[in-house]
Design a protein around this ligand. Structure first.
Ligand SMILES: Cc1cc2nc3c(=O)[nH]c(=O)nc-3n(C[C@H](O)[C@H](O)[C@H](O)COP(=O)(O)O)c2cc1C
Length: 328
């Protein structure tokens, strides 16, 4: 097993990295995720103004250190911060500086190739995992020295790719045996087992945690996730300039017709600190919504995922499928 994978496994209760989500992930959610043995994360841009980032990191570190002191045998996962590398994000350097001061254990980079972030993070002993949606992006990220790849496949919440997860994992595993993290509509423990069976080391999960008590989302958003199925998810570039998955009911509630949105130009993408508030009531979510049945505390979500994951492994392990039976 790759050293980074075994090192992380030793700090986790489940092979799960919770994904960073714009607005939704804050210190409360990250602390709950790490405290329950799965990597918690948030985008640096959620801390506004920029000066808020360092106090938030201190809050996370202090809460986890207190818990570690109180419960020395508890599995407490490391946390991760997401840096969005895009020309419109004028905070990358200042946010990276704060991450360096705090020696953030894991940096998750999205959009452009993260070369300079990799050098900086390695200086303080941090790991960098980079989001990709295609084989070409994966190759470029590996040339830049990243420590792991996050495969954002079809059906994922936020800016999802369009490739089938089995196709992408298989193709990337042909040339890469390092840490591989799979995302896209993973809601249950069975899905985590499926990701592992496919060849991924970790599942990367976002939408399931929007429907958690600790998520920074209004009740209507959480309940719409519980009430929705994959048919209620629309993939469109309309809101950010880059295609992403959104809840159709929130688009309709904003007075737009989800089935007739105008086309937009990719150059309108904006991830800066001045990112438009115009679409704050448009709710992002992946196709895994149909497998989310209730809003629960993170502790209960992880406990349920763990029992489903173990049951799934047992079911597959005891599968007495044989050629002879198949022919019957
Ligand atoms: C509401 C929402 C906001 C997101 N914001 C970000 C973000 O700011 N940065 C990022 O790298 N990914 C973001 N993502 C994508 C997630 O990191 C991840 O790829 C996705 O949640 C995984 O798929 P799932 O939601 O189906 O589990 C967001 C996803 C959602 C649902």
């Amino acid at each position: 097993m790759h050293p980074t994978v075994s090192e992380l496994y030793s700090q986790l209760r489940l092979p799960v990295i919770c994904s960073p989500m714009f607005i939704v992930s804050g210190p409360e959610l990250v602390i709950a995720q790490c405290a329950n043995g799965v990597v918690g994360s948030m985008p640096s841009l959620n801390a506004r103004p920029q000066e808020q980032l360092s106090p938030w990191l201190t809050q996370i570190e202090t809460a986890l250190a207190d818990l570690r002191a109180r419960e020395p045998d508890r599995i407490i996962a490391p946390y991760a911060i997401n840096l969005i590398i895009h020309t419109s994000n004028d905070r990358v350097d200042s946010d990276l500086e704060v991450c360096a001061q705090h020696k953030v254990p894991i940096i998750i980079t999205s959009l452009s190739a993260p070369h300079r972030v990799v050098d900086a993070a390695h200086n303080w002993g941090g790991k960098v995992f980079h989001d990709i949606t295609t084989v070409r992006h994966a190759e470029k990220a590996l040339e830049g020295g990243v420590d792991g790849l996050i495969l954002v496949t079809a059906g994922a919440g936020g800016h999802a790719g369009t490739t089938n997860p089995m196709a992408l994992v298989g193709e990337i595993r042909r040339f890469y045996d390092g840490p591989l993290i799979l995302s896209g509509a993973i809601s249950r423990g069975d899905d985590i087992a499926a990701a592992r069976a496919m060849g991924a080391d970790f599942a990367y999960i976002g939408t399931r945690f929007i429907a958690s008590t600790e998520a920074n989302a209004v009740e209507g958003y959480k309940q719409t996730i519980v009430d929705s199925g994959s048919k209620d998810i629309l993939y469109t570039p309309f809101f950010t300039g880059i295609p992403g998955n959104y809840l159709k009911p929130s688009i309709a509630a904003a007075g737009l017709d989800p089935d007739n949105l105008p086309t937009v130009d990719k150059s309108s993408a904006n991830f800066g600190s001045s990112r438009k508030k115009a679409w704050k009531d448009i709710w992002g979510a992946g196709q895994g919504v149909g497998n989310i049945e209730s809003v629960q505390p993170v502790a209960d979500i992880v406990a349920q995922m763990e029992s489903e994951y173990r049951a799934s492994l047992q079911r597959i392990g005891s599968d007495h499928f044989s050629r002879q039976e198949a022919l019957l």
